[in-house]
Ligand binder design. Structure first.
Ligand code: TTP
Ligand code: MG
Length: 350
């Protein structure tokens, strides 16, 4: 058994609320408990599922699924329109609890954050700190959360997911090597279904596969991504918990009431998105280099096409010109479209 030295340096906690929106709705209306609950548009609408409680998940309902499909999977489910203001208020309460523990927090979304508690661990075990946070959240909000305690962000995030709901999982440095052998690559944050399929074609399914292949071959086959993959497959991650809230991308999207096909209509909609983003970036004094076009076709399949410019911009006309090239790499004009999205990343402020 070997322990990589970087695994002995830090103690990171990742906290993630359980079925967040759904759990809040259950708290507000206890009659919902034990019933399948879906937060999203109504089943006849074209909306998608925000989340579902654990009862509904037994029927196969998942976040981002079309509400119509969720309805087919479980017609008796109770569909609730999201109340974002309520969720955001609860989120503030949770984040205030994190702040009472340490200033070294990296909020990831409304319901999750990383905390670096290394400095507190001379006096206390990270596990006890995590348990206290969970207890305090429950006391203040009557909601359960799951926590992962580990030597880095990658492992902490994997850990918090291992025993949901209401879990508390610790991954000690001494077990990282053994533990990672069992983890499928698809479980790693940042590896979605498309990448999973691509890696499988290279014979890479588990972290162990990647470790055995070795860094050199991975880089040969996959470039920079191979180098990153080798690190994470070994459970290594040197990213600090960064409380600085630096925006990584800025984007906007539109779901159409009816699918659209005509290229001119698509261009009009994209022009609107360019104007919107350009205005926002002007206000914020930000510009960016990478333009990403997202298209969701009527059959729900989704593609993104990106182009990185040599110079950053926020000019609507320039954004639109860049899009012209990206449009050619899609089926715009040939297939019906239900959603268009545009985002700019690689941002820098003036
Ligand atoms: P998650 O933490 O991904 O999901 P969750 O808290 O509902 O369930 P879990 O117990 O598995 O953590 O997301 C937090 C909230 O963010 C979720 O309650 C609803 C919202 N959300 C969306 O609106 N759309 C999405 O696609 C996802 C993944 C989440
Ligand atoms: Mg959650």
């Amino acid at each position: 058994m070997t322990v990589h030295p970087s695994l002995l340096e830090r103690k990171i906690i990742h906290i993630d609320m359980d079925a967040f929106y759904a759990a809040i709705e259950e708290r507000e209306n206890p009659e919902l408990k034990e019933k399948p609950v879906v937060i999203g548009g109504n089943p006849q609408s074209r909306g998608v599922v925000c989340t579902a409680n654990y009862v509904a998940r037994k029927f196969g309902i998942r976040s981002a699924m079309a509400c119509a499909r969720a309805y087919r999977l479980c017609p008796q489910a109770i569909f609730i329109r999201p109340r974002f203001e309520l969720y955001s208020a609860v989120s503030k309460e949770i984040h205030a609890i994190f702040k009472s523990v340490t200033p070294h927090i990296e909020p990831l979304s409304l319901d999750e954050a990383y905390l670096d508690v290394t400095h507190l661990c001379e006096e206390r075990f990270a596990m006890d700190i995590a348990r206290d946070i969970k207890d305090e959240i429950y006391k203040q909000t009557q909601l359960t959360s799951s926590a992962g305690v580990a030597p880095n962000k990658l492992l902490a995030k994997i850990a918090s997911d291992l025993d949901k709901p209401n879990g508390l999982t610790i991954i000690r440095p001494s077990v990282v090597e053994e533990f990672m052998k069992t983890v499928p690559l698809s479980r790693l944050p940042g590896i979605g279904p498309v990448t999973t399929a691509r890696l499988a074609k290279h014979g890479l399914v588990t972290c162990l596969d990647a470790t055995l292949r070795g860094r050199e071959l991975l880089v040969q086959e996959l470039g920079n991504f191979g180098s990153w993959l080798f690190e994470v497959a070994n459970g290594l991650d040197s990213r600090p918990v960064s409380s600085e809230r630096k925006r990584k991308s800025m984007g906007s999207e539109t779901t159409f009431a009816e699918d659209i096909l005509e290229p001119e209509k698509v261009r009009t909609e994209l022009k609107k998105l360019c104007d919107e983003i350009s205005q926002y970036l002007t206000k914020k004094k930000i510009q960016g280099r990478t333009v990403t076009l997202k298209v969701r076709y009527s059959d729900f399949s989704r593609i993104t096409r990106s182009h990185t410019r040599s110079e950053s911009t926020r000019d609507s006309v320039t954004l639109f010109e860049t899009l012209d090239e990206l449009i050619k790499k899609t089926d715009i004009g040939r297939r019906k479209i239900r959603l268009l999205g545009l985002s700019l990343s690689n941002l820098e402020s003036d």
